[in-house]
Design a protein around this ligand. Structure first.
Ligand SMILES: N[C@@H](CCC(=O)N[C@@H](CS)C(=O)NCC(=O)O)C(=O)O
Length: 231
C-alpha cells in the first residue's frame, strides 16, 4: 500500500456515543474492528435524560454531522453518517474484507435483512433498549415487540439454514447483515429472550466475538448511567 493511502486509512475516525447504550454506534464499530480495518474512535457522551423529546441534550453531536446523531465516519474529506451508509462506504472502500457476501443472490438477501433492521423493529428498539452491561433478567414486552422478536428469530434461522455449512454467521462469514443485528443479539441476551437451538447458537457466535467482548468490557468501564434506558 502506498504511503498516502495508508495515511488516509490510519486517519479514518468513527465518532460514537456511549458504548453501553449506543446501538447504532456498535454496528459500524464492530464491522471495523472485526475486519481489522484501522480506525480511531472519538466518543461523544449521550444524555437523553435531560430532554423531553428523547433526543440527546449533547449539542456537540452537531459538531460531527448536521443530523446531530452518531455514528459518524470521517475518512479524510469524506464524512458519512447513518450506520448503514457507513457500512456501505466501508464495503466499497475495503472490498477485500468481503463485508457483503460474494454471491449476488446472498448479497441481495443480506441487504434485505440489513434494511429490515435499519428500518424496522421499533417495538424491540424502544421497549428493550440496548444495555450491554445489564445483568440478564427477563422483562414484560408488548405483543408488537413479540412480533418483532419472532420475525428477527425467523430471519436468523432462515439465513443460518441456508448458510450453515459456510460459517457460523447469517451468511456464513461475518457480514454487514451480522453487524446490523449485533445490538439485537445483545438485547436478546440481557433480556433473556428464548430461542431455538439454532437461534441460540447464532447468538453465541456473536457474543463470543473478540470485538463484541472488547465493546462489552469498554461498556462496563463507562461511568455514565442513562436512567431512561434502564429497564
Ligand atoms: N438512523 C441512524 C440513527 C442514529 C441514532 O439515532 N443515534 C443515536 C445514538 S444510538 C443518537 O445519536 N441520538 C442522539 C439524539 O437523538 O439526539 C443511524 O442508523 O445511524
Amino acid at each position: 500500500m502506498k504511503g498516502a493511502a495508508r495515511k488516509l486509512l490510519a486517519e479514518m475516525k468513527l465518532v460514537i456515543g456511549n458504548k453501553n447504550y449506543s446501538s447504532w454506534s456498535l454496528r459500524p464499530w464492530i464491522a471495523l474492528r472485526h475486519s481489522g480495518i484501522e480506525f480511531v474512535e472519538e466518543q461523544v457522551r449521550l444524555n437523553f435524560d435531560e430532554t423531553e423529546d428523547g433526543s440527546s441534550s449533547n449539542k456537540a453531536l452537531f459538531d460531527h454531522s448536521p443530523a446531530g446523531r452518531v455514528p459518524v465516519l470521517v475518512d479524510g474529506d469524506v464524512r458519512v453518517w447513518e450506520s448503514l451508509a457507513i457500512l456501505e462506504y466501508l464495503a466499497e472502500t475495503h472490498p477485500e474484507k468481503l463485508l457483503w457476501p460474494k454471491d449476488r443472490a446472498l448479497r441481495a438477501k443480506a441487504r434485505v435483512v440489513a434494511n429490515e433492521m435499519h428500518a424496522g423493529f421499533g417495538a424491540v428498539r424502544s421497549e428493550m433498549p440496548m444495555n450491554v452491561r445489564r445483568k440478564p433478567s427477563a422483562i414484560d414486552v408488548s405483543a408488537e415487540a413479540d412480533r418483532d422478536i419472532a420475525r428477527i428469530q425467523q430471519i436468523w434461522s432462515d439465513c443460518r439454514l441456508e448458510s450453515a455449512s459456510d460459517g457460523p454467521f447469517l451468511f456464513g462469514r461475518f457480514s454487514i447483515a451480522d453487524a446490523m443485528y449485533v445490538p439485537v443479539v445483545s438485547r436478546f441476551s440481557v433480556y433473556q429472550i428464548d430461542g431455538s437451538a439454532e437461534v441460540q447458537s447464532y447468538m453465541d457466535s456473536i457474543l463470543s466475538l473478540p470485538a463484541y467482548q472488547e465493546w462489552k468490557s469498554d461498556s462496563e468501564a463507562e461511568p455514565w448511567v442513562i436512567a431512561q434506558e434502564e429497564r
